[in-house]
Design a protein around this ligand. Structure first.
Ligand code: ADP
Length: 177
């Protein structure tokens, strides 16, 4: 194989990340436009361990990452203990929250449970490097972006599956083990 050809056959982050081409987009949470019931619906309709937080659906600019279990605990606890938190309460991951009209229910601030700097790579990163980063940094997941827009996610399990696949197809890839 010529070097150039070899390079073009390299598996990239975009080949391993979810969602796959033609799949529905990533399940993300917006930083200031969802309600308690919107997020409860996401929790009950999916089983993902975590969710990226984006500025808005349109921008898909990454702000942080929140773990499913932290969301569940915080919302359950707020519903029980925090005065006035109802299904239509707005959830904010932003630093500042706008003053609400007095008719609106109190909002819920969840910035404290958000990871403000989730690890990010671009979709063109070779998987060889991604595997190395997961190992060295002990990552559980990594977000994938393209031109600053959030595109996908790769979990530790996705990486392990990729390694297993490589090992089956190509014995020389023992290098990954
Ligand atoms: P694991 O990979 O350990 O099973 P998850 O349950 O979080 O962890 O993810 C299951 C699959 O869904 C993985 O292939 C992952 O890439 C993908 N995934 C994880 N989080 C999301 C999300 N928020 N939106 C869409 N897909 C996701």
């Amino acid at each position: 194989l010529e070097a150039k050809e070899e390079f073009s056959h390299k598996t990239l982050a975009m080949d391993v990340m979810r969602p796959r081409r033609n799949d529905p987009i990533l399940t993300a949470i917006t930083q200031d436009s969802m309600t308690v019931e919107d997020i409860e619906a996401i929790i009950s309709e999916t089983t993902y361990s975590g969710f990226p937080i984006v500025v808005s659906r349109e921008s898909q600019r990454l702000m942080g990452f929140v773990l499913r279990r932290d969301l569940i605990i915080s919302i359950e606890s707020a519903r029980k203990k925090q005065e006035g938190i109802v299904s239509t309460s707005r959830i904010y991951f932003t630093e500042h929250t706008p003053t609400q009209p007095t008719t609106a229910p109190p909002s819920l601030k969840l910035r404290a449970i958000m990871d403000l700097s989730p690890f990010t790579i671009t979709d063109q990163t070779p998987m060889e490097i991604v595997v190395d980063i997961f190992r060295k940094l002990g990552l559980r997941q990594c977000l994938v972006t393209h031109n600053g827009r959030l595109l996908g996610i790769i979990t530790k399990k996705d990486v392990l599956k990729h390694i297993a696949q490589m090992a089956n197809q190509d014995p020389d890839s023992i290098l990954f083990n």
